[in-house]
Ligand binder design. Structure first.
Ligand SMILES: [Zn+2]
Length: 76
């Protein structure tokens, strides 16, 4: 199970996860909550995690068949 996830803003935070700063698609502005597993010992990764999520979400627009972002993304 992944320790970090990006979750579309209309989705519920999974049990056992906590919220850290939001990420947004740089192309369409869709906002994701970044949540982490409570057992993660070092939250200094949070900023990297947000950047990684934004890269992954924004990168989907490169596909010409792209229509809508997924509800959630596992980040590690
Ligand atoms: Zn987008």
């Amino acid at each position: 199970m992944s320790h970090y996830m990006a979750i579309r803003a209309d989705q519920k935070i999974p049990v056992g996860f906590e919220k850290i700063p939001d990420a947004a698609c740089r192309t369409c502005g869709e906002t994701y909550l970044i949540v982490h597993d409570r057992i993660v010992p070092d939250l200094n990764d949070a900023a990297d995690c947000k950047d990684g999520a934004e890269d992954a979400i924004t990168g989907e627009h490169i596909d010409e068949k792209f229509r809508q972002h997924f509800d959630s993304y596992e980040l590690d």
